[in-house]
Design a protein around this ligand. Structure first.
Ligand code: SF4
Length: 438
């Protein structure tokens, strides 16, 4: 790094998924090891690191808007952009005002070297490896807040769903090594972490590239002393095996009754157009297996509204299927056209107006399901992991089965697990419950 790098300050901006947030923290750690500290709030940064997302057109737009606003707010700062948008459209990103460094997915975690080189030469870098050659994989376990860490166990995806650009942005599936990941979890426990969220792009594919098994990873992590909770950020339904479900229900010490599973459509025809690896019957059987084994599990489900090929008839089927699923809530996404994806060749596009109508219907359905789930919990006692208090009167946390709660503050309980009685749905926050300490 340059001689005066000890005086440089960097600000970090992240868009998109948990994996991106965790990787931004890793970049921050690497820069700080070279003497570039994080700029304090309100401080003018010398370097802006932007980790972009490209899951939808809206995500690209947000990235462009953010970069333009940083260039006008901090005209002297070095702007370094990475992430999926940078990987997919490097020249577009490089042409934005003020951008000095553009790095693709393979180069992302070598950001410190590129910044070093820029500071010495002021030569613009646009470095992007073609998707099929992306091979770089670094495990990371980054702190989200005092209680929670994000453990990256896998990256990339081989599924090539027709609407998705992620395999082009992050490359083929790669996994970490179980021993190394367990060591990282132990480090998190030594740093007072109590919960670990297991992250990746397609976590169920863990081990496919290096002959390991996801189930073995989960069992080994479960033995890490000091970590009281594990959650899997998301897992494809065809890869969520009954073995994992039953183990979570009966033997696991710290894996929480909480699943996040993408459905994407409740129509078999649309699932086939999307090149998803399951049908509605398999999806329904997974939900039933969870409900049989863990009746109070929180089950969050992703669903896309208005995909190409979702004719009025298929939409009706999808909605009926969604209504009948015994899940907790939906995460609803309007279908977003992505240039270069196969989906553009399949079926007619749905009008924006109709897409919004479908999103609204699914959102209303999700709200009803969530309310019913919370109502079922009135008067019930559940364990909560308490987070740092934000005000003077109340503290917040999550139950084992992912219900957000608010209770009167008791400082000594922060970053510990204690039982509460769930009293009522919060009058101002419909997805939170008011609780009393017991
Ligand atoms: S499973 Fe499908 S939607 Fe998910 S990242 Fe892979 S290609 Fe994209």
């Amino acid at each position: 790094m340059t001689d005066n790098s000890e005086f440089l300050k960097a600000a970090y901006f992240t868009l998109g998924c948990k994996l991106n947030f965790s990787e931004t923290s890793t970049i921050g750690k690497m820069l700080s090891e070279r003497g570039i500290l994080k700029a304090a709030k309100g401080e003018t940064p010398d370097i802006c690191v932007v980790n972009t997302c490209s899951v939808t057109e809206v995500a690209d737009k947000k990235g462009r808007r953010l970069i333009r606003s940083l260039a006008s707010r901090y005209p002297q700062a070095t702007i370094a952009v990475t992430g999926c948008y940078a990987q997919l459209k490097p020249q577009e990103v490089a042409s934005l005002p003020g951008v000095d460094i553009v790095l693709g997915s393979n180069e992302k975690l070598r950001m410190a070297d590129y910044i070093d080189s820029w500071l010495k030469t002021h030569q613009k870098h646009v470095e992007v490896t073609p998707p099929l050659e992306i091979s770089d994989f670094r495990t990371s376990c980054e702190r989200g807040d005092r209680t929670r860490f994000f453990l990256k166990v896998q990256d990339g995806c081989d599924y090539f769903c027709t609407y998705c650009t992620i395999p082009f942005a992050r490359g083929r599936s790669r996994s970490g090594n179980i021993d190394q990941l367990v060591d990282m979890a132990r480090d998190a426990a030594r740093s007072e972490g109590k919960e670990i969220v297991i992250t990746g792009v397609n976590i169920g594919e863990f081990g496919k590239d290096n002959n390991q098994k996801l189930f073995d990873l989960l069992r080994r992590l479960d033995e890490v002393e000091g970590i009281e909770r594990f959650r899997i950020s998301s897992i494809e339904p065809n890869l969520l095996t009954e073995e994992i479900i039953n183990w979570t229900a009966t033997e696991a010490r710290a894996f929480m009754p909480h699943f996040h599973i993408p459905l994407q459509s409740g129509s078999d025809k649309v699932l086939r157009l999307m090149n998803r690896r399951y049908d509605t019957a398999l999806f329904a059987s997974r939900i039933e297996a969870i409900r049989d084994a863990i009746p109070d599990a929180f089950i969050g489900v992703d669903i896309i509204a208005g995909a190409r090929g979702e004719t009025p008839e298929e939409w009706e089927k999808s909605l009926r299927f969604a209504e009948n699923l015994d899940i907790t809530r939906f995460h609803v996404f309007p279908y977003s056209e992505r240039p270069g994806t196969k989906a553009l060749l399949l079926g007619d596009a749905i009008s924006q107006e109709e897409k919004h109508r479908r999103v609204a219907q699914l959102t209303a359905l999700s709200d009803r399901k969530m309310e019913a789930f919370m109502n079922r919990h009135k008067g019930v006692i559940r364990p909560v992991l308490w987070e740092q208090a934000s005000g003077e009167d109340f503290m917040h946390g999550l139950t084992d089965n992912y219900i957000r709660v608010e209770a009167p503050i008791r400082q000594e309980l922060i970053n510990t697990v204690s039982n509460v009685r769930l009293d009522a749905i919060h009058p101002e926050e419909p997805e939170m419950m008011i609780a009393s300490h017991v």
